[in-house]
Design a protein around this ligand. Structure first.
Ligand SMILES: Nc1ncnc2c1ncn2[C@@H]1O[C@H](COP(=O)(O)OP(=O)(O)OP(=O)(O)O)[C@@H](O)[C@H]1O
Length: 418
């Protein structure tokens, strides 16, 4: 028998548990969809249409609702000869300025025409905007521009000011651009300059986190399709829904949990997916989340984590911030990296605490020593070292910490054998 065999009894069709799956209907979002429909209706009526801003935490259905509404809008618009609609969709995930977003839009529009792409550098910002206006004007009618993860654009929001005004400012004659901005960063909306906020967020739709009942209703049709009959124990979908609702209210998290539980049952060759598989899946996903959290730290965050890992390896924990700071500075010197102040290191420590990577103890030693904090890792040392070993620049120091920990363990076992 080979190591891999085709699964015959758990997954009937894992597609509905995939992130890219497009469900037949959007559940539990009637109010939001009704608001969305009202906001898009003027396009069919050939009336001026406001820009739309969707916001809500990750996994709350902003993208799936947008795809659903726009696909209906596109097919319904096709019935009217005098409605001329085009849709351009750009994810701003790796785009951090108006310039980069404008280049991405020009190239998206040119790809659709099989025309040559423009280079991502070498133009002035106004030149790229002009190229974008030319491309949009050539489309004519209404051009919906979806900017997913729009918050990545940060302070550089000239495009969000310019695009909605392109027609009134005479940059385009034939097209009416409508922006749909999607964001899960609430601060971004508040940080927009008032002139941008006024036009971009003319119509706002909030997508709140889902509760357990809503997640159950989203999961059920997917679970029915994904698994063979009788494989799923009754309490599995409610438990996935409850875990995700308590944590983030994200449908993505609930779906991932269900898929992971299925994969664990499959790996065990179990005949049913049971509650324990969901609990194990939850642990597994939490571990992955922590790992990702560690990977995404800044170099300074890594240096602070590295210093704490050193103390952990030596068994000197919990450690006070001033001792940790000394270790941090010697690590920076060894890496030939810039150091930040002790106060900034404490800020990094509180970020690490928020990510669930460390534990902070508040001590109060009365008048003599006052109040201070002590720190220790809240994740296994090995997990931290795995991340640091895979982070360029930190490999050597992480390797050194690993051998320090091994020596320390050996000393302890020598000592305990006396
Ligand atoms: N109301 C819903 N009905 C059916 N499926 C849903 C619903 N809401 C979310 N989903 C599913 O949950 C997953 C996450 O949804 P989506 O990508 O739309 O979230 P999002 O709010 O855009 O998240 P992000 O901000 O991270 O991009 C997708 O697989 C989507 O199909």
């Amino acid at each position: 028998m080979g190591m891999f065999e085709r699964d015959q009894h758990v997954f009937a069709d894992a597609g509905p548990l995939d992130d890219s799956y497009e469900p037949e209907d959007i559940r539990e979002r009637d109010d939001e969809l009704a608001k969305y429909q009202r906001a898009l209706q003027p396009i069919i009526d050939n009336r001026p249409t406001s820009n739309i801003f969707l916001y809500g935490k990750t996994g709350t259905g902003k993208t799936v609702a947008t795809k659903y509404m726009l696909s209906h809008l596109e097919s319904d618009a096709a019935q009217y000869d005098d409605v001329d609609l085009s849709i351009v969709w750009t994810s701003c995930e790796n785009l951090s300025s108006s310039y980069q977003v404008a280049v991405a839009l020009v190239n998206e529009l040119r790809d659709a025409q099989d025309a040559d792409r423009i280079s991502t550098t070498g133009y002035s910002q106004q030149r790229v905007f002009d190229l974008l206006y030319d491309e949009l004007d050539a489309l004519g009618g209404t051009a919906i521009i979806v900017l997913d993860e729009i918050d990545n654009i940060g302070d550089s929001d000239d495009l969000l000011y310019g695009l909605p005004r392109a027609r009134s400012n005479g940059y385009v004659d034939n097209v009416q651009p409508v922006i749909i901005g999607i964001s899960n960063d609430f601060q971004f909306r508040d940080s927009l300059s008032p002139k941008v906020k006024d036009t971009l967020a003319e119509k706002e739709i909030l997508f709140p986190p889902y509760n357990a009942n809503q997640l159950r209703s989203i999961l059920s049709p997917r679970a029915d399709k994904a698994f063979h009959d009788g494989v799923l124990s009754e309490d599995v979908v409610p438990l996935c829904a409850a875990f995700a609702a308590q944590d983030t209210g994200s449908a993505r998290q609930a779906i991932r949990l269900l898929r992971e539980a299925g994969e664990l049952a499959q790996a065990e060759d179990a005949s049913t997916i049971a509650e324990d598989h969901v609990r194990d899946a939850q642990d597994e996903l939490e571990k992955n989340q922590l790992y990702e959290g560690m990977q995404e730290l800044t170099p300074q965050g890594h240096a602070v984590l590295c210093a704490l890992a050193y103390h952990q390896a030596l068994g000197e924990i919990p450690v006070r911030s001033r001792d940790l700071y000394q270790r941090y500075t010697s690590i920076c010197d060894r890496l030939d990296a810039d150091r930040v102040s002790e106060r900034r290191v404490r800020d990094h420590l509180s970020d690490l605490n928020m990510l669930g990577l460390i534990t902070v103890y508040e001590r109060n030693e009365g008048l003599s020593a006052g109040r201070y904090h002590e720190y220790e890792l809240d994740v296994p040392l090995q997990a931290v070292l795995d991340v640091l070993l895979a982070t360029s620049r930190f490999e050597d120091v992480a390797d050194h910490i690993r051998s320090t920990a091994a020596d320390q363990n050996r000393l302890q076992s020598d000592f305990s054998s006396y």
